[in-house]
Design a protein around this ligand. Sequence first.
Ligand SMILES: [Zn+2]
Length: 481
Amino acid sequence: MTMRCPKRVPDSFRKLLRRAGCIVLFAAALLGVGAAIAAAQQAERPRNVIIMFGDGAAAAQWELGRSSSRLLRGEPFAVTDIVFRQGTVGLLTTHPLDALVTDSAAAGSAMSTGFKVNNGAISTSPDGRPLRTLMEAAKASGKRIGLVTTATVYDATPAAFSVQAKSRRDYQTIVDRYLALEPDVLLGGGADYFLPTGKRGGRRRDGKDMIAAFAAKEYELARDTRALKAARGPRLLGLFAVEDMDFEIDRAPDRQPSTAEMAEAALRVLSQNSPNGFVLLVENENLDSAGHRNDLAALIRDLWAFDRAVQVALEFQRRAPGETLVIVTGDHETGGLSATYALRDLKSASWENIFYAGREQLAMVGRITISLDAAAVKLGSTLSAEALDRLLAQHFPGFRLDPDLREAILRQQPLERNFAYVTQSALARMVSRQTGFYWGTSGHTAAPVLVGAIGPGAELFRGYQDNTDFGKILHRLIEPR
Ligand SMILES: [Zn+2]
């Protein structure tokens, strides 16, 4: 860009003005482009970062957590009532490189590395370039690192925050890369890709026993809640299910720990011997899985379970508020969920025949005692009308299944082109019709996600940003100046 100077001004002075102008313009451009980065460099830097990650959770899910918590159990919801209300709040766009709607791999990669990738890729660019993950950066800065999830530990989100793989389905590779990275804490499900095919639940084809390989690197192993509570580290591998851990509504507390119990154990282990602090990712994947099944009752219980883990993080943060940054966010919205209204029946569309979702409807959902996945398993493959009636009477008190939905289940006929999980989505529609909580899809949507932050650096997450900005800000906060 060139500057025009008045003709009367002598040549030498014009040059000087032009040069000064260029410097001003260049500085302005730098300020514009790098404002967020510069702000991150000047911001207070946290010693510890705790990322509380609700997979599949956006504003609709958090609002359901808040309203159900208030109306069904008379308790505040820490995500909205503490983190969003007292901290800094921002919105993140979520699209990947190759679509408008993201999967967890592309969103996690963007939030971890600061770069967009295609759906399905784990922190790897479309031309195969490995992108530096947040946990790699944290480790290089001398911080301890931890990954906690209710999914398999090699699932897309924890994988994208820490290692690289061409595909999120390269499970064996992801586990191998964990062993090389050596996260100090690794908790969740997914024992299958730690064990060879010959061992119970094992699915590895290379004959390796990765549990033994982690043990050789002085990891303490926990396989149930009691072992997790007793674990003191300094390194901890916890595998509590062969595949995903259970929904909170179905969870057996002795066999599988809650999200809060895993967060507690992770903080206990990571906060010892950590002169440079730590970075911890705690993910509740069940929020996403419940969204995929349109399972309102399971979603509410896992929102509460996640919120209890957020309280654990906040309690840790309050002990030294200047040291720890707590972030609550998600990667995308799942299910196109909204509380809305419904007609009591199809006899009339008049206003007298309409009800809005409210306390009474939430209370009905609160009486459901099983996840829709567990209901589908219980129904089994025989699909008899009697078994269906028994299931409804036992686990869905007060609900009646309309003939079209009954037919859909018994014939295994999908309700729509964007509804997978036939039994689950038909039972979900039964719940929608009687409660007014409707779902638009059994997939992800393009809604932006919320990010709330408390602690040093929290201000940087304010406003409407891209999910890559989230990653860029965290790298700047973590990497040495
Ligand atoms: Zn999902």
